[in-house]
Design a protein around this ligand. Structure first.
Ligand code: DGL
Length: 270
């Protein structure tokens, strides 16, 4: 079986998830899609963003005909996953902040969650905290520019450790002699900056990148599809990246195995 998997994000963040899927399922045909015309999602209001994601994902499903869709974006998953499942029969795998593993791992019971301002504001994120981390102090922080900084750095801009330190500082807390010891990377862009995040941290913490867990989940969903889907298919779309505005894949996408672009122009109405 050669399943065709569509990995969707607003920008380059989902590449961290695509790379983990590639390692887990080397036989899969991977297509990447970035809603580049609408990046960054973190700044969007909820109503227009659900409609935007629904519109772009519907177009992608029509064009690509995937066997499964990975919403490799916390900002989109915490908002639109239920709506996407309602509208389509193809299986969706989402990405939501890894609060459950963080609560299992922390010793100090002080957890930081770094995410976009959108993800931080979601009811879904609050529900994860109440369900899995009720016994912990959870410091939720919406980093205003960190996703854009990751995108710029991958496009070749020099890293600015002082600016990164400013973006992450609020999750490092010391309360009654105990300190934050686990930080959830609740945006798929952030693992792209892992080295810089470690260098900019005031003390050592465990950063949780959910990509390997998502890849395992994708493997389980694909195994559940049986032999029918994609059986015997060659992989004509493998390595394709779709953008919603006109651009070249560039070195960062090519380095992660996506070197052919298809433009599905979907401008954002203002
Ligand atoms: N990569 C996205 C996430 O996981 C969001 C980046 C953005 O578009 O603001 O939340």
């Amino acid at each position: 079986m050669r399943p065709r998997i569509l990995v969707f994000d607003s920008g380059m963040g989902g590449l961290t998830v695509a790379t983990a899927i590639r390692a887990t399922l080397p036989e899969a045909e991977l297509v990447y899609a970035a809603d580049s015309a609408a990046f960054p999602y973190g700044a969007w209001a909820e109503g227009p963003l659900v409609e935007r994601i629904a519109m772009v994902v519907a177009r992608l499903i029509d064009e690509i005909a995937p066997d499964a869709v990975v919403i490799a974006c916390n900002t989109a998953s915490t908002l639109a996953l239920a709506e996407l499942r309602r509208r389509h029969t193809v299986p969706f795998i989402g990405t939501v902040p890894a609060i459950k593993p963080a609560a299992a791992q922390t010793r100090s019971r002080i957890i930081g969650v770094l995410a976009t301002r959108g993800t931080v504001a979601r009811e879904y994120t609050q529900a994860l905290i109440h369900t899995y981390a009720y016994h912990c102090r959870v410091i939720l922080h919406g980093a205003p520019r960190l996703a854009e900084m990751a995108e710029a750095q991958l496009a070749g801009a020099p890293s600015d450790l002082a600016a990164i330190a400013g973006e992450i500082a609020p999750v490092f807390r010391e309360i009654d002699g105990a300190r934050t010891d686990v930080v959830v990377l609740g945006c798929t862009h952030y693992p792209l900056l892992l080295g810089e995040l470690e260098a900019a941290s005031p003390w050592k913490v465990s950063f949780i990148d959910p990509a390997p867990a998502i890849a395992r989940r994708v493997g389980a969903v694909i195994a559940g599809l049986g032999d029918g889907e994609g059986a015997g298919r060659s992989r004509p779309l493998d390595g394709l990246v779709c953008f919603t505005d006109r651009r070249e894949p560039g070195a960062a996408y090519a380095a992660m195995g996506f070197d052919r672009a298809r433009i599905l122009a979907m401008p954002v109405q203002s």
